[in-house]
Design a protein around this ligand. Sequence first.
Ligand code: ZN
Length: 203
Amino acid sequence: MRVINGTVSTDEIKRMKVWPVPESFSKEIPKKGTNGSFWEDRGDRRHCGVDIYAPIGAQVVAVESGMVVDKGVFTSPEQFSNWKTTNFVIIKTPQKVIVKYAELGETFVNIGDYVSENQLLGFVGSVVDKTEITYSDPFYVQELADNDTISMLHIECYKAPVTQVQPYLAGNYFGERRPISLLDPGLYLRGVAKIAPAKSEMG
Ligand SMILES: [Zn+2]
């Protein structure tokens, strides 16, 4: 697999059909190796998606149309006592990419719904109150609090059919070998532009 370095250029962002969090602090995909980047090494676990930091309550919209194939709880107090409940929504796109939108508070879609591009899926939630973080929390969570980047959209992509990724917790995989069905969401977000360029760019 080709390793992609660097961030997406402003031009590439413009070519993306839809950025999933219009109110995000940055419109760039986290650089390889930085906090929130894909396959980030978190010591005992690897990050399965990319994190797009945004204020709590920021709108999360569908990058592409598709069918809602699953939804549920993403984080909960059962995982860590001071974690709050956040939710995920999974959309299967026409190209059979499985896109998981996670760390959402309220969500507005249900399994079986067909969503269109740019449709509101939910709001960015809150996993932890940063004043409640302790040294027993995973180190990467303590770092998020230090950097004041505690609310985000966590977006994860898979090639269908998904083979189960286990052990897995809250967007992280406990293993060194990358599961074969797991895609780099950065490539997906850029690829969307190639699959369906904006009308204004189609000569
Ligand atoms: Zn994440």
